[in-house]
Design a protein around this ligand. Structure first.
Ligand code: EAX
Length: 335
């Protein structure tokens, strides 16, 4: 017959084990910090490929101490809105183009100048180099954390009015641009009528004819099914559109140095995955768009476009100086 003492020992043992198990679970639950990551593009886009790579790398490096929640398709708002969210801590990470970034970090406007880079190798080389790091550092002075340069792609013009082979064909076209003064100036110089607009509003604006056209890389035109609302694509390649993974200083400053390095490493892995997807779509995207009924003008003489937008450079240097521009042009020449 079990004595009272034996029963007490057993129940104490059970109690101890349960407490330990609960403590263990509490530690586990506590450690899994949820990180929100937003972007404006679809769940099949090149940004989503990057977000997935970030999630996998961070969860691996942190052994599950961080989990990443991706919010696609502008569900957290347009890019400018999400960047504001980073500054007030309503979102932790954002993958965004540099479109609205200049409004927060004017030093990055230089990257939005038309025809600044000749090709992907040159652009990637400059952004992965000293100047790219310097600009990431500048971002850190504006209540944001620049984690890594990633990619959107070379931007091309689409519209539903007519074929565009020269600046004269763009005359009077109402073209949606990003909320970026350098881009607006470039399209003004082309004779078009630039209409700045957040990306989540664009598809409906094209559908309803509020604007005639827009400009984006093949990656975005494919990811957003723009063939449903646009007939013509002109491969103008008028500007290289970098993207960037930004962090909220409110979230980032709360991390240890080791954790901050995990985020940077995962952001670099994200950029690599996105660039690979951009390269794939540069190969395969045009055929896909033609299959879906778009007419694509591939053989565009860009010299008249370059000439037409030249005044945008003068306006830029009069407002922002020419030092960084000259350094980028020199660096690009060495790449
Ligand atoms: O960053 O707004 C734009 O046209 C951007 O290319 C898009 O949001 C992806």
């Amino acid at each position: 017959m079990k004595t009272r003492f034996a029963r007490r020992t057993i129940s104490t043992a059970i109690g101890t084990v349960t407490a330990a198990a609960l403590a263990g679970m509490a530690v586990q639950a506590q450690a899994a910090q949820e990180i929100t990551l937003g972007h404006t593009l679809s769940a099949t886009s090149h940004y989503a490929v990057g977000a997935q790579a970030f999630k996998e790398r961070l969860e691996e490096l942190s052994d599950g101490a961080f989990t990443v929640n991706e919010h696609t398709s502008g569900s957290l708002g347009g890019e400018r809105e999400m960047i504001e969210g980073l500054q007030i801590g309503t979102v932790d990470l954002v993958i965004t183009s540099t479109g609205p970034l200049g409004n927060f970090v004017p030093e990055t406007y230089v990257l939005d100048l038309p025809f600044l880079f000749e090709d992907y190798d040159q652009a990637r080389c400059v952004l992965d180099g000293e100047l790219g790091d310097e600009l990431l550092g500048k971002i850190g002075e504006h209540d944001l954390v620049g984690l890594a340069w990633t990619e959107n792609g070379f931007r091309h013009l689409t519209n539903s009015r007519r074929e565009v082979l020269s600046p004269a064909d763009a005359e009077g076209l109402r073209v949606r641009t990003m909320e970026n003064e350098v881009h607006q100036e470039a399209f003004r110089q082309l004779g078009a009528r630039p209409t700045p607009m957040a990306f989540p509003e664009l598809f409906t604006a094209l559908q309803q004819g509020t604007v005639d056209g827009q400009e984006n890389p093949i990656t975005v035109i494919v990811a957003t099914n723009f063939w449903e609302v646009q007939d013509h694509l002109s491969l103008t390649g008028h500007v290289y559109s970098p993207a960037i993974m930004l962090g909220s200083p409110i979230m980032f400053d709360g991390l240890s140095e080791e954790e901050q390095e995990w985020f940077r490493e995962a952001a670099r892995a994200s950029a690599e995955a996105t660039r690979a997807e951009v390269s794939r779509l540069e190969e395969e995207g045009v055929a896909l768009l033609e299959e879906n009924g778009m007419t694509v003008q591939t053989d565009i003489d860009i010299a008249p476009f370059q000439e037409a937008v030249q005044p945008a450079y003068e306006i830029f240097t009069s407002q922002h100086g020419s030092e960084m521009l000259e350094r980028i042009q020199a660096e690009a020449g060495n790449c």
